[in-house]
Design a protein around this ligand. Sequence first.
Ligand code: ZN
Length: 182
Amino acid sequence: MSLIRLKPFLQSSFSIRTISTTKLCTEKSTEKKSTTNTNEPVGISKDRSQVIPVETSIKYLKSNAYKETYGEQPVWTQYRRNFKGAFAPKKTRKTCIRNKVISTGNPCPICRDEYLVLSENNPELLQQFICPHTGTILSYQKTGLCQKKHFELLVSVQRARDRGILTFDVPFRNYDYSLYYK
Ligand SMILES: [Zn+2]
């Protein structure tokens, strides 16, 4: 009796399994797995595991390839931030590179070009992020740098100024010269 009762149950379960729903689920899961597997090796353009020395970056800034891509303008001029709604968030993203791979579709102007290395020995690049009129470091709201690269910029500019690689003007001070000349 028990077998007879079980048989239709088994059949029904089988019939349910053969129905497309389960098949689709398995297919979807395999597709997802396959896509993640293909993503793991990562395209060359998104791979940032290689550490590029400053010397090559300095050479790159003087090369024809650099001139073709950026021209005479600073590196960040052609960059536009992507954001939801009418107003951009106050801060830019924390970082563009996670686990040595670019994790966003719109990486910041420094992260998107791996040959741009922020360093105190690369003043030509640092100069592009300093206002020619006031001598202050441009905000990340203007340049679009991610927070990580902006901090690197602040550090390298300070180091360059300390070592005399970048020049800067001391703020103007008014003295009472009557105390000096009597
Ligand atoms: Zn970035």
